[in-house]
Each structure stands twice: as structure tokens, then as C-alpha cells.
Design a protein around this ligand. Structure first.
Ligand code: ADP
Ligand code: MG
Ligand code: MG
Length: 477
């Protein structure tokens, strides 16, 4: 594999670093530093200095399968019986899933005010090489499908721009990189375009989009680009509110159930929060979520879409015959299934018992996952056996098991907080999906660009915010 860093002198690396930092600061490829009480300073978003080699066939497969995943999320969200079976069994062991499912049931029993729904998803993959297989033939294996608060759409596009800029201005890699093999990601504009479609469907010119945010968000600039693109490309205004603020300032029109924040009508509630237990520190946040969910505003996502994004749904879909319940075209089934890795239940079923015994024997090639989002929740390898010893048979049901995907290792130089580190790295590809359903039929089902996150080989988890991973771009090979 090409090691772009190996051929560079320290002097050349220093030139690249300065150029990268200035590019990042001038283009909003930035995050707030951890300690920043007055909110006036920024630092460069953690990025790789060069694009990372990635097989073009695998990339194309991930792009091609995305509309199938978008449609699948919607179809599952409409299957009450399927959701009921899964969510009822999780509800006895997972309070967070229980609250979300109860909210879903409550709003459904009151009558859904807004039949339309917007999905801004991101399906994440790590590539897998069978023994003896060439790098170019590696296959995508899905890590998870995110249906709420997917991030880095904007910073991803900007990182691709950064790499193309460094390549053009320094000329250091002109013999190693063909510019045609650096695909740009339109994710910086596509998410805004999806939200704008939902806003138009809502049909009120004076309404605004509401981004539901976490208080003190450090990744605010990734979000701000969505606001700026909405205004510039679509003439739509966006306000930012936390769930607590929605509870305090929000009300529903008694006849239409239109959501108002103060005097401002809201067309689309777009969530960049609400996925973690820590997003609901008090009952007030749940009140805010319930108010929005009950309303006429188009939700991105609905609670139903959020529930479809759980790891348990991912595991159940991988069981024989389940995917066929939702996907009728055998070729579509084949393409979706080809992107699955081994997934196993830890429930009371025969398969669950088998998987439990398998993990007790040897858990070195497994990941154990609870129904949580946002990184840092998984249990790896040998730690699984220890964890299993502290769980009752019922408590195990809150988790699933998954085969560890071991991707080929590449090399890169990571730029974080103005410091360079040479590292052996592995990458995770994310593909954004946009899906709008008007209540009768889908009116948009599109791919919305991609993201590459790269982390050092020795870290299990890939969180950019958590400080392990950086944002990267693709060098297709
Ligand atoms: P979350 O919803 O918290 O992001 P993920 O399923 O994406 O949960 O897991 C977090 C990280 O853990 C991933 O980004 C990846 O780095 C690592 N990971 C998860 N599942 C696997 C797997 N099957 N093989 C290898 N690494 C994995
Ligand atoms: Mg993830
Ligand atoms: Mg996730």
C-alpha cells in the first residue's frame, strides 16, 4: 500500500501542516476546543493529512446499496408487529429504549398529526479482506446504520477539499495521486437539500426549520454549514433549540397541532441531539421531545426511525428470512445481505443460547453492543467474557454480538490540535442517505455523499469527538 508519508521530509511535512491549518481555519473545518467558556476560539477539526487508499469497487457498492437501506428503514418503521416484538423484549431490560418506545406508542395512540417523515441516515462500513484476496477486492461490511443525528456531513466535504488543495498547491504527491481518484462528497449541501425538500412539503413560507441541538455543542460548525446552505441555496431559515428550550418555549396549535416556538411556526424538527441518555438529564427534555413528536412539524427522524436504527433491529434483520419480510426483489436482498457481517442475538432463543456459549468459549473475534449511540459503549474481545459473567440471562437481552471486522492497515499522518502524528491506521466509510416520504409514497430516496473516518489501529472505537479518530477522504484504488 502506498505510504504517502514515508517519502516526505520533515520540512515538507511542516509545510503541509501550516497549509492545512490555514485552510481549515479559513474554511470552517473547525471545532470548538474542549475548554472555551467565552465561545470565541476554534481549533482545526482533527483530520488526516492525506487521503487514505480505499477500494473503488467497495465504495461503489456502498453507494449503490444506500437507497435500499433508506427504503428498508421506512418499511420497517411502518411494521408495528415487527417493532412491537423487538421493542417489548428490549423494554424489560433497557429503560432508554422503553422510554422511546412508550413515546412512540403514546403519539400513535393519539393519532399521528404529520404523516410525512424525513430520514437523514448514515450507513457505516469497515472493509473486510478474505485471506488471499487483493486489496482492490475487499468487501464492505456494515458496522451500523445511524438514523438519528448523523454528523460530519459538512466537515467531510471540507476535508476532501483540503486534500485536493494540498495536492494541487504542494505537488508533493503528483506522481502518486491521480486527482480523478479523489471523489468529492456532496454531503455539505445534500443534508440541507433534504431538509429543504421536507420544508417545501410542509408548505408554509413563513415557517422555519428547527435544529434540535445539545447545549454547549463542540461540533457546532459542522451543523452551522447546514444552516448556511439552507439559507443560501434554498432561502430557508433555521433556528437552534435544545429539548429543554422546546419544552419551555414551545406550544401546539390546538386545532392543527402546528408547532410554535414563541410566535415562530416550525416546519421541520431536525435532530442533532436526543440519541443518548445524557441528552435527557431531566423530565423536561422528554417533555420537549414529546411536544415535537406530537406536532405537525416533519420530524427528522421520527421516533420510529430512531428505533429502527437500534443494533437489535440490525441483528434481527441478519437472521434467516427476516430481510425477505421487507425486501421482495431477490437481487436487492442479495446486495443488502452481502453487506452484513456475522450478527448474533443474546436473547432467550436457541440461537441466543448458542451465541452465548460461543462467546464464553472464545470471544476474541467478537464485539458486544448495547442499544446505545455516540461511541464508547461497546465491549470488545476478552472483556466480553468478563461482562457476560455479571449479567443475568434476561439482562443479556439488552445486547447483541457481532463479528469483529478487521480491515487492512494503512499509514497516514494525523493532524489534531495543531500537532502531527505518524500512525498506522484503519478507516470506516459512512454513506449518507436522504429519504422523504409524504405519507403516501417516497418523494426522495437519494445518496447524500460520504464520510471517511480514520483511527489509529490500537483504538477500538472510532469517535472523532472522543479523540480517537480523524476526518479523512478517499483515494480510490
Ligand atoms: P455507535 O452507535 O456508538 O457509533 P458503533 O456500532 O458504530 O456504535 O461502534 C462504535 C465503533 O466501534 C465503530 O465506529 C468502530 O470503530 C467500532 N466497531 C463497532 N463494531 C465493530 C465491528 N463489528 N468490527 C470492528 N469494529 C467495530
Ligand atoms: Mg458508529
Ligand atoms: Mg451509531
Amino acid at each position: 500500500m502506498a505510504d504517502l508519508a514515508a517519502s516526505l521530509s520533515d520540512n515538507q511535512l511542516a509545510v503541509l501542516k501550516d497549509a492545512a491549518l490555514d485552510f481549515a481555519l479559513s474554511h470552517g473545518l473547525v471545532v470548538r476546543p474542549p475548554v472555551n467558556a467565552d465561545h470565541v476560539g476554534v481549533v482545526n477539526a482533527p483530520v488526516a493529512l492525506f487521503p487514505t487508499p480505499f477500494p473503488s469497487k467497495a465504495y461503489q457498492n456502498a453507494i449503490d446499496v444506500q437507497p435500499l437501506y433508506n427504503q428498508l428503514v421506512h418499511d420497517i418503521s411502518e411494521d408495528d408487529a415487527f417493532l412491537k416484538e423487538i421493542m417489548e423484549s428490549l423494554s424489560t431490560v433497557d429503560d432508554f429504549v422503553k422510554r422511546l418506545y412508550d413515546l412512540y406508542l403514546l403519539v400513535k395512540s393519539e393519532g399521528i398529526a404529520q404523516p410525512a417523515s424525513l430520514g437523514v441516515h448514515r450507513s457505516d462500513y469497515i472493509i473486510h479482506l478474505n485471506s488471499g484476496q487483493a486489496f482492490a477486492d475487499a468487501e464492505i461490511k456494515q458496522v451500523e446504520l445511524n438514523t438519528i443525528s448523523v454528523s460530519f456531513g459538512s466537515l467531510s466535504s471540507l476535508t476532501g477539499d483540503l486534500h485536493r488543495y494540498l495536492q494541487a498547491t504542494t505537488g508533493y504527491f503528483s506522481d502518486k495521486i491521480d486527482p480523478a481518484s479523489l471523489p468529492s462528497s456532496e454531503s455539505i449541501s445534500s443534508i440541507a437539500s433534504g431538509i429543504a425538500s421536507a420544508h417545501q412539503l410542509y408548505g408554509s413560507k413563513s415557517a422555519k426549520v428547527m435544529m434540535v441541538v445539545q447545549p454547549g455543542e463542540r461540533n457546532a460548525f459542522d451543523q452551522r454549514w447546514i444552516e448556511y446552505n439552507l439559507l443560501k441555496n434554498h432561502g430557508v431559515l433555521l433556528i437552534r433549540k435544545t429539548m429543554a428550550e422546546i419544552a419551555d418555549e414551545g406550544r401546539l396549535d390546538p386545532t392543527t397541532k402546528a408547532l410554535y416556538i414563541g410566535d415562530q411556526e416550525i416546519s421541520v424538527a431536525y435532530y442533532r441531539s436526543a440519541y443518548a441518555t445524557t441528552d435527557y438529564p431531566t423530565e423536561k427534555e422528554w417533555e420537549g421531545r414529546l411536544l415535537a413528536e406530537r406536532s405537525l412539524a416533519i420530524k427528522c427522524p421520527t421516533v420510529a426511525y430512531q428505533l429502527v436504527g437500534t443494533k437489535k433491529v440490525q441483528q434481527v434483520l441478519a437472521a434467516p428470512g427476516q430481510l425477505e419480510r421487507f425486501v421482495k426483489d431477490p437481487e436487492h436482498v442479495r446486495r443488502l445481505r452481502a453487506s452484513f457481517t456475522g450478527l448474533y442475538p443474546l436473547d432467550g432463543s436457541k440461537e441466543g443460547q448458542k451465541a452465548y456459549e460461543m462467546a464464553l468459549q472464545d470471544s476474541s473475534e467478537l464485539v458486544m453492543k448495547p442499544q446505545r449511540e455516540g461511541g464508547g459503549n461497546n465491549i470488545y474481545g476478552q472483556d466480553i467474557q468478563e461482562a457476560l459473567q455479571h449479567l443475568t440471562a434476561e439482562q443479556r437481552n439488552a445486547y447483541i454480538l457481532m463479528d469483529i471486522i478487521r480491515p487492512p492497515i494503512t499509514k497516514n499522518v494525523l493532524l489534531r490540535n495543531g500537532e502531527l502524528t505518524r500512525a498506522e491506521v484503519v478507516s470506516e466509510l459512512g454513506v449518507y442517505g436522504l429519504y422523504l416520504h409524504d405519507g403516501q409514497r417516497p418523494t426522495r430516496n437519494d445518496v447524500g455523499g460520504h464520510l471517511l473516518r480514520t483511527k489509529t489501529v490500537d483504538s477500538n472505537e472510532g469517535g472523532v469527538a472522543a479523540g480517537f479518530a480523524v476526518i479523512d477522504s478517499l483515494l480510490l484504488v
